[in-house]
Design a protein around this ligand. Structure first.
Ligand code: ZN
Ligand code: ZN
Length: 237
């Protein structure tokens, strides 16, 4: 390669695809100046040293096709600050792909890392993507990259789906519950939380059903509360 870059991760726009934003692609120039393709999925992706040379020869601010932002970012992977800015500024999916690539590349001089979105600690091996959302067309992207600790402590205590450390904010859904049920739900959340919305609502609904069953038996057996009293409104309203 013609470039003088060494130990450098290069991030560039590899091209766009229908209905989505510009797609970032990556290559790496090693200590000897050799080219390594990391990701070249776009139509302008650089999968050879020649294409990478041509890309690097462009002025940093010259437009590629009709994109007029900065086309190329370079990161010195021997510099912790450079890896840190890559990890913070880039999309979680790309950060994970590049992290996995460096993990397999396995150069003992390079300690590549990502940063956990939740706890801000370094992730050296595998991270877990979360907060999936659409980004136009059929494409989806993830907004969060988590370390395994944050992932496991953010799983719903009942179904194991990831819900984040604080879980479902259920306080607004307690209005129709008796005080006894509200307390029970608070305790249950404390013991098993965080909880996802589905599991939490199932628990609430089963507690309400139990309570109504008890009230109905009580009402039928003793006449108190009366079947048409306010307490039994749910039965006939
Ligand atoms: Zn974490
Ligand atoms: Zn759940």
């Amino acid at each position: 390669m013609k470039t003088k870059l060494r130990h450098t991760l290069v991030q560039y726009h590899g091209g766009g695809y229908d209905g989505c934003i510009w797609e970032w692609n990556f290559f790496y120039i090693d200590a000897e100046g050799e080219f390594h393709c990391i990701e070249a999925t776009g139509h302008a992706g650089c999968d050879t040293a020649e294409k990478a040379d041509a890309l690097l020869a462009l002025e940093a601010n010259s437009p590629i096709d009709d994109y007029d932002g900065p086309p190329i970012h370079t990161y010195d992977v021997m510099m912790v600050e450079d890896i840190e800015s890559f990890a913070k500024e880039s999309n979680a999916i790309h950060v994970l792909n590049v992290l996995v690539w460096f993990d397999h590349y396995n150069d003992p001089d390079i300690e590549f890392f990502a940063i956990c979105t939740e706890c801000n600690e370094c992730i050296f091996e595998d991270g877990i993507l979360e907060d999936w959302r659409g980004c136009g067309g059929i494409a989806i992207t993830a907004d969060a990259l988590l370390c395994s600790d944050c992932y496991s402590t953010g799983m719903c205590g009942v179904c194991n789906e990831y819900v984040g450390q604080s879980g479902f904010k259920f306080e607004q859904d307690l209005d129709d519950c008796s005080e006894a049920i509200q307390n029970e739900l608070h305790d249950w959340d404390e013991q098993h939380g965080p909880l996802c919305q589905d599991c939490w609502e199932n628990k609430r609904d089963s507690l309400i059903a139990d309570e109504q069953g008890d009230l109905l038996s009580l009402s039928l057996a003793t006449g108190t509360p009366g079947l048409f009293s306010d307490e039994m409104r749910w039965l006939w309203a």
